[in-house]
Write a protein that binds this ligand. Structure first.
Ligand SMILES: *[C@@H]1O[C@H](CO)[C@@H](O)[C@H](O)[C@H]1NC(C)=O
Ligand SMILES: *[C@@H]1O[C@H](CO)[C@@H](O)[C@H](O)[C@H]1NC(C)=O
Length: 494
């Protein structure tokens, strides 16, 4: 009713605007008495409609506020990837409900505009990226949907969304498992339908090569609607194919074999250090060969590995310094890039946000001094401090920091600014070594041999963070300036 009268109000004002000459006719003026009564009642209806919308908006607000009650007390410390994913989904759906109501409101303070300018609303691409991150976690750590949703479950619609992202990435087994998870959680409130899921399940099973499973779900779909000819054709085709084909991979069970040493290391399966070799490694307090700054506060050095030589410095950065570094970096973080064809580019192999701090930042000077003292290297040609935070499934696939250029990155110094509950190790696939993040410590290694050649053993990767929040800061140190600090060698072997 209100809507109809609103429409009349609009028509009315349009008539006025098109300029009927009321003043030249008394008859028309007398009509205006009626029109005025109508105008005022239309205006009253409009106000009612606005109030109605306001009431609805208030109840929507209340509902949205209720949903935030389950949030962690410290939102910056969100550790559960599924909870993070749910938050993204929720924020976007909050935004869509707010948008729906504010767009309808003709109020002069257009909330929509204000939100549009100030709010940071996850876009569909963000949700797809987060779902993709969850899937890559599952692939690497061999996790089923019920493993990854132990703490936070996904509703049928969100699970179906993750499944469809896996499907679009041709990851049919994970897609299948998510659709199955979704099917088991369908309720009367789900917008996803049983038919939709059955079709998806059948398609995923077919693409995975598991025809009996594809037939099973097609049959189920057909039983729901025996008049559906398309499903009939599909079912016949699958039966025909099944009779011809022998192989029948099990779509319900994930393959637990790691395809390479990077994955195996990230999963904690192999680590050379369990061998005898590690016992030869040492741990000591160093004063940097008599460095006066270290005489009273020697650095705690631990040799993590010998080839490449990886040194861990314990308690080298304080919690307060870490807090300051995070605080400076937070507003400046942006998607990390990799070096490709001579320039930076966003890559799926590197999922994190990062920032290079300014060189006039006092923290940079402090950190430089700390690294110079610990390593004995010159920081004059080092890059600015690079702070990184990893998101859902955040990782950095195997790479070498040295770029094989003149004045290369001779060494890397990596601060761990958080502990990571599960995942997030720094692994060296060639050497077979995994180094676990430990807040306040740092690791250091050379990327180049003494003869200037790139050390292939220094190739490393950041494993995906399965549970937790990974913050690191690293400093890339260059060759120039180290001539007297780390004399080069002509030997092939150094
Ligand atoms: C993951 O789920 C599977 C299947 O439900 C179960 O067999 C397995 O033990 C779980 N793994 C972990 C690490 O919880
Ligand atoms: C970091 O920022 C938080 C929140 O703005 C503030 O409470 C805290 O005192 C800051 N910490 C440091 C060490 O600057």
């Amino acid at each position: 009713m209100a809507v109809k009268e609103l429409a009349i109000l609009v028509v009315f004002s349009l008539t006025v605007c098109t300029g009927h000459e009321f003043f030249t006719s008394t008859d028309k003026i007398s009509h205006l008495f009626e029109e005025e009564g109508f105008l005022l009642s239309a205006f009253a209806s409009y106000i009612d409609a606005e109030e109605d919308i306001i009431k609805k908006m208030k109840s929507v607000l209340l509902l949205l506020q209720l949903r935030t009650h389950t949030d962690p007390s410290d939102p910056s410390e969100i550790k559960d990837p599924v909870a993070a994913f749910n938050l993204l989904i929720r924020l976007r759906s909050d935004w869509l409900s707010i948008e729906k109501y504010t767009l309808r409101s003709l109020h002069e303070y257009n909330v929509y505009q204000i939100l549009l300018e100030h709010a940071q609303i996850p876009q569909l691409e963000d949700l797809m990226g987060a779902a993709s991150g969850l899937i890559s976690l599952q692939e690497l750590y061999k996790l089923y949907p019920n493993n990854i949703t132990k703490e936070t479950s996904l509703n049928a619609d969100n699970a179906c969304f993750v499944g469809s992202v896996a499907y679009s990435e041709d990851k049919f087994q994970h897609a299948f498992l998510w659709f199955l998870y979704s099917l088991n959680r369908l309720t009367e409130y789900s917008t996803t339908t049983e038919e939709e899921l059955l079709q998806y399940l059948s398609d995923s099973a077919y693409h995975f090569g598991s025809l009996p499973t594809a037939i099973y779900f097609s049959k189920w779909l057909f039983d729901l609607d025996p008049t559906n000819d398309e499903v009939k054709v599909q079912l016949d085709l699958y039966r025909l194919l099944h009779n011809k084909r022998k192989s029948n991979p099990d779509i319900f069970t994930l393959n637990t074999e790691s395809s390479n040493s990077y994955e195996a290391l990230c999963r904690g399966e192999i680590d050379e250090r369990t061998s005898r070799r590690q016992r030869a490694l040492s741990c000591r307090y160093s004063t940097g060969g008599g460095n006066p700054r270290l005489m009273y506060a020697p650095v705690k050095e631990e040799e993590e590995w010998d080839e490449p030589r990886i040194i861990r410095f314990h308690d080298i950065i304080s919690d307060q310094e870490i807090e300051i570094l995070k605080n400076i970096s937070r507003p400046l973080l942006s998607r990390s890039e990799v070096f490709q064809d001579g320039r930076g580019a966003v890559s799926k192999g590197r999922v994190s946000q990062s920032v290079f701090l300014q060189d006039d930042d006092p923290v940079d000077a402090l950190v430089n001094q700390r690294i110079a003292d610990a390593t004995g290297l010159s920081m004059e040609t080092a890059e600015l401090l690079h702070v990184q935070n990893y998101g859902i499934g955040g990782r950095y696939e195997p790479h070498n920091d040295a770029l094989n250029i003149r004045n290369d990155r001779i060494a890397t110094f990596l601060f761990y600014m958080s502990d990571v509950e599960i995942g997030g190790a720094t692994v060296f696939p060639e050497a077979g070594v995994a180094v676990q993040p430990k807040k306040g410590s740092a690791v250091f290694w050379y990327n180049l041999h003494r003869n200037g050649k790139v050390d292939s053993n220094a190739k490393h990767a950041g494993c995906p963070v399965l549970w937790g929040n990974k913050w690191v800061a690293n400093k890339w140190i260059y060759e120039f300036g180290q001539e007297f600090k780390r004399p080069c060698s002509l030997s092939e072997w150094e």
